[in-house]
Design a binder for this molecule. Structure first.
Ligand code: SF4
Length: 337
């Protein structure tokens, strides 16, 4: 057994690995300018201190600047997405069209990223190359609609549809940040599962370990996933079953958990430890969960208490639940919810 960075000691069949010692690092693709690389059109950067100084301690970045790597040079003229004859093109103000060269680069680069086995991707918002959504698109009448997706981002999301992808600006929202990091580590564990070999049993193990975390996102979604695994004969191969599972898993995990759902999960888990507690401690735990429900305490408080009891009483059913260790605790994301 090994001490896991996810917070506990694990003998699980699912891969709760120590990311500092794991063979596969947690790799995240990122728009280079967010790391402070001077690749912007004017030779500047858009360093994001939280990503570099905090998240960067736990992951290996794979930086990509589509415009520089596609050969647009630096400094360079700014480009914008522009609607031309029903198509979206990437043009300079003078009308020079860079669409094809950036798109060609994107197709090649995304293939190498597929081999890099990324667990997530962080894109620079509003960029005509990197922006994921609401990128300004100039219309034939001169108006600008915030409805576009960057040329590189489009290819990335087409080729790697299961990869968790977010924009740096949205990550300033604490709930979106927690949700994204949670999905990154879930996908990291999924990649580990694929590496060790997909079987129906290993899929069941993954689902069991994610049960409570999924329930916090959606109880109905968790049931749908359970039903899917209960009837594997509907799928021709284990791979087909795994693909269907991952599609559904991602759509459940994309939903932001509500305080009500978290409370429900905490109460469920407390049910497994309460008969081992004296009445005073049991009341304290119940009050703690209720205080979280009433926004008097952050989520981390009842979670830490449950982690403690699960470890102390060695409760096998709960100790590998990723709900208690969704990502490295040092990221302190549960302290802010
Ligand atoms: S193309 Fe992307 S990575 Fe390069 S400067 Fe623009 S936003 Fe940053």
């Amino acid at each position: 057994m090994s001490e896991s960075v996810f917070g506990g000691t694990s003998s699980s069949e699912i891969p709760l690995l120590d990311i500092h010692r794991a063979e596969l690092p947690v790799r995240i693709g990122i728009s280079s300018c967010l790391l402070g690389e001077r690749v912007r059109y004017d030779g500047g950067h858009k360093r994001d201190d939280y990503l570099v100084d905090v998240v960067g301690r736990y992951v290996e970045w794979v930086p990509v600047c589509p415009e520089v790597e596609a050969g647009m040079g630096m400094p360079r003229e700014t480009v914008q997405l522009t609607r031309v004859d029903g198509d979206i093109r990437m043009l300079t103000k003078a009308g020079v069209d860079h669409t094809d060269v950036v798109d060609w680069f994107a197709r090649q680069r995304v293939q190498t990223l597929e081999q890099a086995r990324l667990s997530g991707y962080i894109l620079k918002s509003r960029s005509p190359s990197c922006g994921k959504e609401r990128v300004p698109v100039v219309q034939p009448d001169g108006a600008t609609l915030k409805k576009g997706r960057g040329i590189f981002a489009r290819r990335l999301m087409e080729v790697l549809p299961h990869l968790p992808v977010e924009e740096e600006q949205r990550l300033h929202n604490l709930r979106i940040r927690e949700n994204f990091i949670s999905r990154v580590f879930a996908y990291y564990r999924w990649l580990q599962l694929v590496t060790t070999g997909l079987t129906r049993e290993s899929l069941m193990g993954y689902h069991r370990a994610y049960k409570y975390l999924l329930m916090a996102h959606s109880q109905e979604g968790t049931r749908r996933l359970g039903r899917l695994l209960a009837k594997p004969e509907r799928f021709a191969t284990t791979q087909a079953l795994a693909n269907a599972y991952l599609d559904e898993f991602n759509s459940v995990m994309k939903r932001t958990p509500s305080r009500r759902n978290h409370t429900n999960v905490l109460q469920h888990m407390a049910g497994y430890v309460s008969d081992r507690l004296d009445s005073r401690t049991r009341r304290e735990l119940t009050r703690m969960i209720q205080n979280y429900r009433e926004e008097l305490l952050p989520l981390i408080v009842p979670v830490v208490m449950l982690r403690h009891y699960v470890r102390e009483f060695d409760i096998a059913y709960l100790k590998d639940q990723t709900y208690l260790h969704p990502f490295p605790g040092e990221l302190m994301l549960l302290n802010q919810l």
